[in-house]
Design a binder for this molecule. Sequence first.
Ligand code: GDP
Ligand code: MG
Length: 362
Amino acid sequence: MNHQNMDILFSYGWESSSEPSFAPYRHQGMSAARIIREGRGLYLAICSEGTVLLEHSGTFRNLLDLGVQQHPVIGDWCAIRMHAPKRALLESVLPRKNQFSRPAAHEGKKVQAEAKPVAANIDGAVIVQDCAHDYNPRRIERFLSLLSAQQIPTILVLTKISLIADLQALKEESSRRFPGLHICLADSLDGRGIDELSALFHARMTYMLLGTSGAGKSTLVNALGAAEIAQTGAVRSQDGRGRHTTTARYLHLMPNGSLVLDTPGIRTVAVHGSRSEIDGSFADIAALATQCRYGDCTHTVESGCALLHAVAEGTLPRDRYEHFLRLATEALSNEELLRRSKEKKREIGRLQYRMRREGSNP
Ligand SMILES: Nc1nc2c(ncn2[C@@H]2O[C@H](COP(=O)(O)OP(=O)(O)O)[C@@H](O)[C@H]2O)c(=O)[nH]1
Ligand SMILES: [Mg+2]
């Protein structure tokens, strides 16, 4: 691969540390590529040849069914083999630096949707929330829980501040609620806060936008991508829609060299499976809990419970304590449900693989 072509990969965040895991594929004549668009089962990737449409190779499909390979997600680095102009076969997903999973959804004891990885190789997360119509600290806490276990640095962007009467009150309330979290107050339409936010995004780093539908994520991408905004504006005035709905996931290369991942809204109905994530975002409560008299304290009825004591003393707000307890209980039941559903899925995958093999070798 020549140096000019490597430049494309580097601008999309390729790290030299990924070289060893790719080397075996390079020796077989494959190229490295990053998935930059994903929607309705189609994947677009960027490689040294430019943008290509990906299809699963036969081997890759077998490995998927056997559970040896993971389904590719946006942000993944892959080994691909060109097979026609602008088309390539996906042969392997390279090991991920990290991944973000959509939380599991469940109703009673039935898993409705298993936790599912939606994005990979992320350097930072941006929780986007519409502070004018939908300011919801509980939902922010849930997003923080999801992100803390992955140790993905996170900031909070409260959008649509032009529609807010008392900005000072919001500023005080949000920083009291989330001490230590970088909070950016912005408006994508009048441009306030956009430069401050843009300065937080570094070249070749990948930032994932997270928030419910309508929070203003796509509008924010446009505001940050000053070069693209005129074009988008023109398209909008032509079709008169003035509304942009994201149905796919995109990784955008911004004018400042950073990479911004726009996703459709994520509903955080249930928290992710793990208890450690919750302890991560409630670090103060987790620290307090180490002072409980019993190691397996449930923080509900025990005498000598440090949390109950703090609530009684007024040093721990009761609503925060109750929210912690609710998330922690959800997490415990999720862990067991997920384990069972994963095992079942693995069995089905093995069965599919066997059927295909027997079908081709009767
Ligand atoms: N006033 C104002 N409106 C905004 C802002 N950001 C987004 N909107 C509007 O909110 C709606 C939803 O925005 P969109 O970016 O599609 O949300 P997404 O679903 O999170 O991508 C659109 O009608 C936008 O014009 C903002 O900062 N200020
Ligand atoms: Mg959108």
